[in-house]
Design a protein around this ligand. Structure first.
Ligand SMILES: Cc1ncc(COP(=O)(O)O)c(C=O)c1O
Length: 403
């Protein structure tokens, strides 16, 4: 099928919720995608932060071949050998105590919000804790609960009324957080680096104050690590950057929501919980049919193993700071105004609309992305090399010089 016929078919039958690039993907290898006309693209988006190992990592392909011969789904009424092992591994890297498996980011956020309200109301006395504080600019997903914690009006407007009890704090504004915080807050939810919000890292001071206030009030701190977690920033989790020196268990969030890269492109997410949050949760109180199946869990175990064995956290930090420095060189151009980010989660703020630049980069063989109209966002696979960054920077410079 040609790109044109695929486009026509989709236009007729597929709900038009997505604004696709004109690329008909055929195959991929490492940081490259190849389309039907054999054009090769350097992928600086990784399926919006999913493909941290690039495309078709040989170890994942081998493992899928093996696992595909075994039952694909067994339901959560039976055991298989990988769920417990994956939960153990996720607890080890996060320092938390329990895991609950989901199928997407929004579902991880939903679970985290429910668990947080349950936890905050499981103590005795005090006011009923209903409120959830989120940050201006936040994006937590499209389901009703996650959407209620999502700030930009354009995502929410058509779907009001949303879940009651959600309130927004100025981005990284400690004073506003203190002003809005009260005894009836059940949770504060934050992204250590806002993704859709334009790749904006929060400060250590904001994270630590949110941690102090929630701990003192018996409320939960939820870290939404769906985009910035699992190696993206060169650490397992984005919030680790905000922890005080010599940090202890109490400094970590009570709940962590993860998804995107967890199972290397197989849909999967998880909520990680501290023991105190997990304590009141009993069988039947929450669940999902597909969550934590054998295929997804086995692949996720392999993804985490590859990140560790190929030392991809160190690599992401190293190439990430190189990429950032190369982006900063572009600030001499009138069209480029600011570089932001952490590790391999980076953005170049433009003084002009970003989407046309993205279109021209695609034509030149580079897949990037724009968010918030004027932000070029880069979420390359963690395996990207400095030479590839150099090639991209040269192409980006050429495009920005045209502005
Ligand atoms: C920080 C954050 N939270 C939640 C979500 C929602 O994840 P999903 O699209 O898998 O539901 C996203 C997706 O981009 C995200 O970036």
């Amino acid at each position: 099928m040609s790109l044109k016929s695929v486009q026509e078919l989709e236009e007729e039958h597929l709900l038009g919720t997505y604004n696709r690039y004109s690329i008909l993907v055929d195959r991929g290898r490492g940081p490259y995608l190849v389309d039907r006309s054999h054009k090769r693209y350097l992928d600086l988006l990784s399926g919006i932060g999913v493909n941290i190992l690039g495309h078709n990592h040989p170890r994942i392909v081998r493992l899928l071949r093996k696992q595909i011969k075994r039952p694909l789904h067994v339901s959560n009424l039976m055991y298989h050998e990988y769920a417990g092992r994956l939960a153990q591994r996720l607890c080890a890297i996060s320092g938390l105590d329990k895991a609950f498996f989901t199928n997407s980011g929004a579902e991880s956020v939903e679970g985290a919000l429910k668990f947080a309200r349950l936890f905050a109301n499981s103590g005795r006395g005090g006011p009923r804790k209903r409120r959830v504080l989120a940050l201006e600019g936040s994006f937590h997903g499209r389901t009703m609960g996650a959407l209620s914690a999502t700030h930009p009006v354009r995502y929410r407007d058509a779907f009001e009324p949303l879940v009651p009890g959600f309130d927004f704090v100025g981005f990284d504004d400690v004073e506003d957080l203190e002003r809005r915080f009260s005894d009836d807050v059940a949770a504060v939810i934050l992204e250590a680096v806002q993704g859709e919000g334009g790749v904006r890292p929060i400060s250590d001071a904001f994270y630590r104050r949110a941690r102090e206030l929630t701990r003192a009030a018996g409320a939960a701190l939820i870290a939404d690590e769906i985009q910035c977690g699992l190696g993206r920033t060169g650490r397992w989790f984005g919030f680790e950057r905000c922890l005080p020196p010599g940090s202890v268990y109490a400094d970590r969030p009570d709940l962590i929501a993860i998804a995107k890269p967890l199972a290397g492109g197989i849909p999967m997410g998880a909520v990680l919980l501290k023991a105190a949050v997990a304590d009141p949760i009993r069988a039947g109180i929450h669940g999902t049919t597909f969550g934590g199946g054998p295929l997804a869990c086995r692949v996720a175990l392999e993804v985490l193993k590859i990140v560790e064995e190929e030392r991809l956290l160190d690599h992401a930090r190293d190439v990430g700071s190189y990429f950032e420095q190369r982006l900063e060189e572009l600030l001499v151009l009138p069209a480029a105004t600011e570089v932001r980010g952490d590790g391999l989660m980076l953005a170049l703020e433009l003084g002009v609309a970003a989407r046309p630049v993205v279109e021209r980069l695609i034509a030149a063989g580079f897949i990037a992305n724009s968010t918030r109209n004027t932000v070029l966002r880069f979420l390359p696979p963690l395996i990207i090399r400095k030479k590839q960054v150099d090639r991209f920077i040269a192409a980006l410079r050429a495009e920005l010089e045209k502005e």
